[in-house]
Write a protein that binds this ligand. Sequence first.
Ligand SMILES: Cc1ncc(COP(=O)(O)O)c(C=O)c1O
Length: 464
Amino acid sequence: MAAKSYHLWNPFTVMDEFLKTKDFGPLTIVRGEGPYVYNARGKRFINGFSSLWNVAIGHGREELVEAAATQMRELAYASCFRQAHPRAIELAAKLVDITNGRYQHVYLGTNGSEAVETALKMARQYHRQSPDEVDHGRYKIISLRHCYHGVSYGATSTSGLKSDEEKFGPLLPGFVQIESPYCYRCPYGKSGYPECELACAQALDEKIRTEGPQTVAAFILEPIMGAYGIIAPPEAYYRTVGEICRKHGVLFIADEVTTGFGRTGKLFVSEDWTPAPDILCLAKAISSGYLPLAATLATEAIYQRFLGEGNQFEHGSTASGHPVCAAVGLRNIDILISERLPQNAATVGARLIDRLRELANRRTQIGEVRGRGLMIGIEFVSDRETKEPLTEKATFNVLLDLATLGLLVYYRRNIIGLLPPLIIDDAIVDQIVDAIDTALDTGLKASVARKARLAKEFAASKLR
Ligand SMILES: Cc1ncc(COP(=O)(O)O)c(C=O)c1O
């Protein structure tokens, strides 16, 4: 393909670097089948991060193709503004059902950012409509530093990152952060749980008090921080932050865009939390990425505040509850549940974590293996004692070698993320571990041989 014909502006991509390497096969995926994707040369890769953490049931499921085609023939589009259609009604009911009736009302959207944006606006409007006037001043959103909730201004403002502020600030006012529950590198300098007495969770109480409880609308968290490096707090963390929210009348929002629909071995991480979150954000695996779909679920108590003469939730977009996306979502959820994919993620994921921890006994570059189910992070270090992170460049070299070995993974700084489709089996687990074992040898030697191998592997690739 001539360079000039490339007009795509890739999201979150360093274009200068990408354009130098875009003809490399792994970067142009042309086909998918089950847990694998194929490049233009026909090389097969284990889809080690489920394309973008979303293709839970794997590629190529005809049932979803069929669901979309049938729905398009019947009714390609209808809006949910002051009207409805069967698929949106059925999908909302299905989501209420599989969350065990904890939530009673479902707003449908198209992506995770929208699910979060919806939750944030819902939380603010909820307080604005409180019968108690003292709540009307609640607008602040508390979140975890380095969280990722999406790209819209509200979602971006939750992260409170200096780099975002510099690039397109000012971010929105009223967004404040507490440090994240990153046990391996505790931001509070503690030695570990339980000795730390969950200082990271107690920080929420402190933050609400200093901000002024009557100014805080909601606290939002990812049950396992994905983009930051698969950071999973101790179980007790969830109860503690939930109780703190309750105590201060602050809404508790769980963003399960990544963790939802079985990724961690349970259908939802928050399914048995007490207190339960007030709002649940879902996307990604809700449709396994086959079509854009998202949902924001609210409790009965929240919904009740939006009733009454002339009152409505001031929110919605053209594709909210799109019938074709809803039809695909419904079929996808049926497959996830009937094929017991959350259970598979639990079993196969436990094996993967065990095998990676065994590997860590031999490979000193592995500082920590963490996560749950099939949401696993491996943090690389150059020195285990000091936890000095492996450089990003060295981690990238490991990633390149993994690609030549036929495994695509997520990476960020010195961390790689494994979030394969929930359909993988023990044989694929073993291939993943073997590939990482090999890449830790070859990938960390910036040798001529490595470069030659990469060149041979990729350079002949042709874009189609
Ligand atoms: C936890 C979380 N929330 C929200 C989002 C945003 O989702 P989307 O990219 O579909 O807008 C993401 C995306 O990775 C995510 O990981």
